[in-house]
Ligand binder design. Structure first.
Ligand code: 26W
Length: 836
């Protein structure tokens, strides 16, 4: 009977931790001390003299030096947390799209100038060193990046907590473009090791898979106990990364699990010469945390994905219980001490696993366990796309997680009984709330499990939350009318303004003082400078500098030269049909047509920038990438265009590239089919950095319009209810297309091979789809989109007015800080205090 199957007991001989007197050992922040320590690290941690040190050695030495200062705060925070006995948050997410950490850590410790100076003494350039750090790309897109912003904001506003996830050896694949098409290559962020993490071997747990459940007769009058005997066991080992908040106020922990075999090598197999066999078990175990699944809208549905989900969920719950029992008598107050946030359905199996741990392992009564479970969990939904809602085949679930499947059946029976008795639910509504989807081969619906197992369920924008109540969770909303609430997303102003746009940050500091650094709502003070010509010019100069920096990156990576004085029109995000990169490309083709056919017109010079990855198995998305590159090749080399239009697809979009792109946009493309983008967060980053948004009334665009003012944002297209209605009525693009020559001709150019002379029919499917069933309303929204782009052209001709609106965007985006989101979660869902 291994550890994870029985209650964890606090380790008696662990000496009570001595209070950490940070002030005693706190490292100093002055340049001399930093310079000395960097060489100290180089010498004694890396074994190199400054003369022999290579660039990666300097990166490691600086990182270790900065890390020491974080550790001071970390240990202090650890003691404060333990002493306060307060409530903590556990944020469970399969993804944390962190990016680089050095600049963020240095900025949050206000060490930027000192570290730069210290390094200069050895002729080492901090900016160059920072570029060497690999992105921790442990996520796909919006959901993963939101988790990273939330971790930084929790540490900045003082919400004590842990992030729990998986330490993938290979994060999000590296994208290369070969002959216009996406090619996926393994990502290898651990190549030079990861100086930010600490292996915590003492924090490791056994995770079971498969096997059988036997019921053991319990005490008289008590139901028999269920005993799960897994057929397989792997070890989950913790790796901790400190997440430091603004001004080092707080440091939280990101605990990522790595899978290891209990027996690294089967010696008897090895000794009998079966060298491969000897390693099968450890290879199988380590495979669990080897690679991130690159799908972000289609459920891969593979067994390994379910193993990953259960592996990190069970390890996290066992760790939460162990930490709880270190300072609490029993688990009966677990929900008073920890709030567990489920980042989408990916960790939803946790609901069943916590029930197993409370009932089977810690001997709690079912009803008490269920109440504690529900009070402890809360669930965030990030998508309404049917194909992205997770539902696991029961045959797979039962084989891999037999006890958890039993518990899910029991939960389902109780919920259905309650629905029938308390709400008179029957037939259709029972089917709608059931955790079991009886159709298409009987599946477990993870959204329903997360919903019934939580005390709070939230969407990520006001529109999305309303649509959750009206569509996917309609019946459950009827059964539990006060469970769904809204928590509109946000982004951290440290990484996405201060660190990504130091030019704008120092202009703001000079103009409105530094108050906004501690309280972003003070950025509103810049509003009164929107009509100040001097300030407008300086604002525009900062934007131009950022555009020139992006132009350098484009020329370096693609050998394409773009004019920083042109209008930079940017769409960067995962490639997906509902995000409608195709609509943007069609507009580019139509504009190209017009520029060629009306050379006399005073066209606004534009640079259309695209970037984003497609899930490897998502062929339509990969075609869209191919089309973008094909269109770019033709337009950029056509002299008739006279540089009035350039199209660029920048490969390998990731957090670090986003930090260069977001400050360099004039127009931010947020053009999803209304009702389908849950929130968006790129939209917020662009607007905060002074870009004007062209977008549909979708996701958080709606609330951005409310905060920024509708005269300062370009809204176009069908609304979510109009889209739903058109879809209900059945809508083909044919009639619309034939009525719009601009659209018809652009589509004809694409489908007839103008941009793919080597394969003229390459885009027949893509265009044909539009004619037959304009599912994403591209044809339906084209004219409105075109007209709105032309309105933007007209405004661009009036720089003073453009910059006035751009300044108002920056001034009015403070509400979209992830600090505000986190404060709302803390107050309304987690019921934990915040400091600031
Ligand atoms: C099962 C495969 C899978 C993996 C990831 C399905 C769905 C996902 C994510 C939920 C997709 C995602 O990243 N959604 C995005 O989440 C952001 C943060 O809330 C929102 O801003 C975006 O609108 C939403 O698309």
């Amino acid at each position: 009977m291994s550890a994870s199957m029985t209650a964890q007991r606090p380790d008696p001989d662990a000496a009570a931790p001595l209070p950490h007197d940070a002030s005693a050992s706190r490292r100093s922040y002055d340049v001399d001390a930093l310079a000395e320590e960097i060489v100290e690290k180089l010498t004694y941690s890396i074994g190199k003299s400054p003369a022999r040190a290579r660039k990666y050695d300097w990166l490691r030495a600086v990182t270790l030096t900065v890390r020491d200062r974080i550790i001071d705060h970390w240990l202090e925070a650890e003691d404060a947390r333990a002493a306060s006995g307060g409530k903590q948050v556990a944020y469970l997410s399969m993804e944390f799209l962190i990016g680089r950490l050095l600049r963020d850590a240095i900025n949050n410790l206000n060490l930027t100038t000192q570290v730069a100076e210290a390094l200069k003494r050895y002729n080492v350039d901090l900016d160059m060193i920072e570029l060497l750090e690999p992105d921790a790309a442990l996520g796909n897109g919006g959901l993963g990046r939101l988790a990273a912003c939330f971790m930084e904001s929790m540490a900045s506003v003082g919400v004590p907590g842990f992030g729990y996830g998986i330490r993938y050896v290979h994060g999000f694949f590296r994208q290369e473009i070969a002959d216009g098409a996406q090619v996926e290559l393994p990502e290898n962020w651990l190549l030079h090791g990861n100086p930010w993490e600490f292996e915590r071997r003492e924090r490791s747990y056994e995770i079971g898979f498969g096997g059988k459940v036997t019921s053991v007769v319990g005490e008289p009058g008590k139901p028999p106990r269920q005993l799960w005997r897994p057929a397989e066991r792997v070890l989950a080992v913790a790796y901790d990364t400190p997440i430091v908040g603004w001004r080092g106020a707080h440091v939280n922990t990101l605990r990522l699990w790595s899978a290891q075999a209990l027996d690294p090598i089967l010696l008897d197999a090895f000794n009998s010469g079966d060298h491969i066999g000897a390693l099968v078990e450890s290879n199988k175990a380590e495979a669990i945390t080897r690679v991130l699944y690159p799908a972000d809208s289609h459920q891969a549905g593979q067994e390994l994905r379910l193993r990953q989900e259960f592996f990190f969920s069970s390890a996290s719950l066992q760790d939460i219980i162990r930490r709880h029992l270190e300072t609490n008598e029993s688990l009966s107050n677990l929900h008073d001490k920890v709030s567990i946030q489920l980042n989408d359905t990916h960790p939803a199996v946790s609901v069943a696993e916590l029930m197993r741990l409370l009932v089977d392992v810690h001997g709690m009564e079912w009803d008490e366990a269920w109440e504690i479970t529900r009070q402890t969990f809360s669930y965030t939904n990030h998508t309404l796309l049917p194909e992205a809602l997770e539902h696991w085949p029961i045959h797979l679930f039962e084989r891999l997680l037999p006890r958890q499947m039993q518990i899910i059946y029991a939960i389902n029976a109780a919920v259905i009984r309650q629905a029938m008795e308390s709400k008179g639910f029957d037939g259709g509504r029972i089917a709608a709330i059931s955790l079991i989807d009886e159709n298409n081969g009987r599946r477990v619906r993870m959204g329903q499990l997360a919903f019934v197992g939580s005390h709070a369920v939230n969407g990520v924008s006001a529109l999305h939350t309303d649509l959750m109540k009206e569509t996917v969770f309609h019946a459950l909303h009827e059964l539990y009318p006060d469970r769904i609430q809204n928590k509109t997303n946000g982004v951290t102003p440290r990484r996405w303004l201060m660190e990504a746009n130091p030019g704008l940050t120092s202009l703001l500091k000079e103009t409105i003082g530094e108050g906004f650094l501690d309280d972003i709502s003070k950025i509103r003070d810049v509003e009164r400078f929107a009509t100040d010509a001097g300030f407008r010019d300086r604002f525009a100069a900062v934007k131009r500098e950022n555009k020139a920096r992006l132009a350098d990156v484009i020329s370096e990576r693609l050998a394409i030269s773009v004019d920083p004085d042109a209008l930079f029109d940017i769409q960067v995000k995962r490639i997906h049909e509902y995000k409608r990169q195709f609509l943007n490309i069609i507009e580019a083709v139509a504009l190209y047509d017009q520029i060629r056919s009306q050379p006399a017109t005073n066209w606004t010079p534009r640079v259309k920038v695209f970037a984003g990855k497609a899930a490897p198995s998502y062929l339509q998305a990969k075609e869209i990438i191919h089309l973008a590159n094909d269109v770019a090749r033709v337009i950029n080399s056509d002299p008739a265009v006279r540089d009035l239009l350039k199209v660029v697809f920048i490969p390998n979009y990731n957090v670090s590239l986003a930090e260069i792109i977001m400050p360099a946009a004039d127009i931010s493309e947020q053009i999803s089919t209304a009702g389908l983008e849950a929130s968006g967060t790129g939209n917020m980053k662009f607007a905060l950095n002074g870009a004007l948004t062209i977008g549909t009334l979708d996701g958080a665009n709606v609330e951005m319009r409310d905060h920024i003012g509708e005269e300062n944002i370009f809204i176009f297209g069908l609304t979510a209810s109009e889209v739903a209605q058109r879809r209900r009525e059945g809508h083909s693009g044919r009639s619309v297309i034939e009525g719009l020559p601009l659209l018809r001709d652009a589509l004809h150019a694409i489908s007839s091979g103008v941009f793919s002379p080597d394969e003229p029919n390459r885009y027949n499917g893509l265009v044909g789809n539009l004619y037959n069933n304009d599912w994403w309303m591209i044809a339906a929204d084209f004219q409105s989109y075109w007209d709105t782009q032309r309105r933007a052209d007209a405004l661009w001709a009036d720089p003073a007015e453009w910059n006035r609106k751009a300044i108002l965007n920056t001034a009015r985006m403070s509400w979209f800080s992830s600090d505000r989101s986190i404060r709302e979660y803390a107050a309304d869902i987690w019921r934990t205090g915040t400091d600031a």
